[in-house]
Design a protein around this ligand. Structure first.
Ligand SMILES: Cc1cc2nc3c(=O)[nH]c(=O)nc-3n(C[C@H](O)[C@H](O)[C@H](O)COP(=O)(O)O)c2cc1C
Length: 352
């Protein structure tokens, strides 16, 4: 029963994300407040740019993670396989969506299996913080092992839960389970938000507990409060409208978290990243990788694997172009170039 509800909800979410207004237009990543500085004489060729990096023990060709989205239904399984294959072919990292549906009904595991099409991809499993409390460390480990994951993402989504009629209302006991999962997964645990952002206070505490991968997943892209608002009626729909702009903008979370966690934490910046230029901006702000969900999902829904491939080529070409135009051969060099920050982003960074 519970497993049917979880799977049906997943397909309803996919429908809304494929065509709905799930990116409130009033929200912003604040990446428009970040300007990289033009280098008129780059003295390099496009092919001199080396975008490769390491993630979860694997080598990537691009500093990009397809962040966790789905699984649990046939349609979701197709999304996972297409996007995992895209990641395998292009040297990106790939995350499956919440494995809750598979924990509730093990026969759904096939919809998360991508190793046959993506044998070498850096693969990340996924479970919600409070499902992890219920499953315990062994249950979470079984989910990761069952799909051959290189690492496990633990997602935080209090904003979404509070807008869901069936959502959690008790958010106690999170840090102890993070600590237990760090003991089990070591540096292969990724703690991620889902579009409301991880700020510096939470990031500092996560680092103290031993977390070595954080995806800040900030405000400015897909809003899960908005998704739930579109499914809700009455009071919850009104609350959804009120809180659809709640969160820490992606640019602010990225820069503020990097300041407090130092170089030991691998930082993914996601939430509203849509172009190669924006990936370059978050790297310049201190991220190790950019992350994207909605744009690659939509491209896959509209044009299948080829559609997703076309969308990705535009992103990586823009990314490479930004490196050339700033005279940067690598992510480390880009981070050493000047970054102009203006307006509201400066306000956020002086408060955080
Ligand atoms: C269709 C869809 C399903 C998602 N499902 C999950 C999920 O199961 N677990 C999770 O951690 N995040 C999930 N997310 C959140 C994304 O990983 C990401 O944090 C968020 O959407 C912000 O990135 P974006 O603006 O590029 O979409 C989902 C996103 C989308 C678009």
């Amino acid at each position: 029963m519970g497993d049917e509800i979880t799977a049906n909800r997943k397909d309803a979410h996919l429908d809304l994300c494929a065509t709905g207004e799930v990116e409130p237009t009033q929200n912003s990543t604040l990446l428009e407040c970040v300007r990289l500085v033009h280098c008129a004489m780059p003295e390099m060729a496009v092919e001199d740019v080396d975008l490769s990096t390491d993630f979860m023990g694997k080598k990537l060709r691009y500093p990009l993670l397809v962040t966790g989205m789905t699984g649990g239904t046939e349609r979701a399984g197709k999304v996972n396989r297409d996007l995992a294959l895209l990641a395998e072919r292009n040297g990106l990292a790939f995350g499956v969506g919440s494995q809750r549906a598979m924990a509730e009904a093990p026969e759904r595991a096939a919809t998360y299996q991508v190793r046959d099409v993506a044998p070498t991809v850096a693969l990340v499993g996924n479970i919600g913080l409070y499902q992890a409390v219920q499953l315990g460390v062994d249950g979470v480990r079984r989910l990761a092992d069952a799909i051959g994951a290189d690492g496990m993402a633990l997602h935080l989504n209090a904003g979404q839960e509070l807008t869901q009629p069936e959502g959690d209302r008790d958010f106690r006991g999170g840090y102890p389970i993070v600590e237990a999962l760090v003991r089990a997964f070591g540096d292969r645990l990724l703690v991620k938000e889902t579009g409301c952002g991880i700020g510096p206070q939470v990031a500092r505490r996560l680092k103290e507990l031993g977390v070595r991968h954080i995806d800040i997943s900030g405000l400015g892209g897909t809003s899960w409060v908005r998704v739930e608002q579109l499914r809700a009626s009455g009071l919850l729909a009104q609350l959804g409208a009120e809180f659809s702009s709640w969160g820490i903008p992606t640019a602010a979370a990225t820069a503020a978290v990097r300041r407090v966690v130092g170089p030991e934490v691998r930082l993914v910046a996601s939430g509203g990243i849509r172009t190669g230029l924006e990936v370059a901006k978050v790297i310049a702000l201190g991220a190790d990788l950019g992350g994207m969900a909605l744009p690659l999902f939509r491209a896959q829904q509209e044009g299948g694997l080829e559609g997703a491939e076309r969308a990705l080529q535009l992103i990586v070409t823009g990314l490479r172009q930004t490196f050339v135009l700033t005279g940067s051969r690598s992510c480390a060099e880009l981070r050493r170039t000047p970054v102009v920050m203006t307006g509201e982003l400066k306000d956020w960074l002086s408060a955080l």
